[in-house]
Design a binder for this molecule. Structure first.
Ligand code: SAM
Length: 276
């Protein structure tokens, strides 16, 4: 594997911190990520943030139909010139505004990537909430973000992000890498997370937009009870909220972090019925 540093040096480039450029250095690690990403994935794979192609080449070895997005002008030309990546379709695009729905329209798809840390959360949230969401996402994120994705009710990392991803996806922390795996070295550990789409959401709801609002509202005031947090964040009367909480077989004194997804789904459905 040609190291990222050598490829950058040859073009007089340096890594850009603003774009979260911490490049993988070990071909063995890239092959391991690619094996997880391609294990059950459909053949159409989208890589986010191809960089200097370390993971791209490993994915291309296992996946016959690979598209890779990269925002950096210099890196996209570097990637397009590489003969060993001639089978990859490169797109010079911003992963935050890329038209994923258009990509999804051609059939089942999956996502892989060593995501830029500063935008990993909005990218993953957007992908898992799509109607035509990917079948799997295998992505590297900051370790504490991985912990939030996978957190269970009643634990300190559990929050609206955990519920947003676990509603439709099974979440597995696959392995963690220290700073030495990257050039340049980041200050934090990184974890590969595998998201696999569930056959059905954990608990189907009447109104998914309201469900998401209720979840966010429950965690908006972490120190307050569920009833107070929902009252303040949703603006409904305390009586209406307390009635919906009781109908959901919950105590108004409970805190949001104690509710599992099924309890949030019951609550959102009861609030939907009460607000009509
Ligand atoms: N995949 C390469 C690797 O593992 O060595 C690079 C990973 S690096 C952590 C993240 C990559 O995402 C960088 O190449 C960076 O330029 C790119 N990137 C940053 N922001 C982006 C955005 N908004 N859209 C697309 N790519 C982006």
């Amino acid at each position: 594997m040609t190291h990222a540093r050598a490829q950058l040096d040859a073009r007089g480039l340096t890594p850009k911190k603003s774009l979260g450029q911490n490049f993988l250095m070990d071909a063995g690690v890239c092959a391991r990520i690619a094996r997880v990403a391609c294990a059950t994935a459909p053949t159409r794979m989208l890589e986010i943030g191809a960089g200097t192609g370390a993971l791209t080449i490993a994915l291309a070895a296992l996946c016959s139909d690979l598209t890779a997005i990269e925002i950096d002008d210099h890196l996209i030309s570097l990637l397009r010139e590489r003969e060993d990546l001639a089978n990859v379709h490169f797109v010079h695009a911003d992963a935050l505004t890329f038209d994923y729905a258009a990509f999804a329209a051609s059939g089942p798809w999956s996502v892989a990537g060593n995501l830029p840390y500063n935008i990993a959360t909005p990218i993953v949230t957007r992908l898992v909430e799509m109607d035509d969401a990917p079948e799997t996402l295998v992505v590297m994120v900051q370790r504490d973000v991985a912990d939030r994705f996978a957190a269970k009710p009643g634990t300190p990392m559990y929050g609206s992000l955990s519920i947003a991803v676990q509603y439709s996806f099974d979440v597995e922390r696959v392995f963690t890498l220290g700073p030495n795996a990257f050039f340049p070295r980041p200050k934090i550990d990184s974890t590969i997370v595998a998201f696999r789409k569930r056959a059905q959401p954990v608990a189907p709801v009447r109104d998914i937009t309201l469900f998401r609002q209720v979840v966010r509202a429950a965690f908006a005031y972490r120190r307050k009870t569920l009833a107070n947090s929902l009252h303040l964040a949703l603006g409904h009367s305390r009586e209406l909220i307390t009635a919906a909480i009781r109908q959901s077989a919950l105590s108004p004194e409970i805190r949001g972090e104690q509710l599992d997804i099924a309890a949030f789904a019951r609550l959102a459905d009861n609030l939907a019925a009460a607000s009509i």
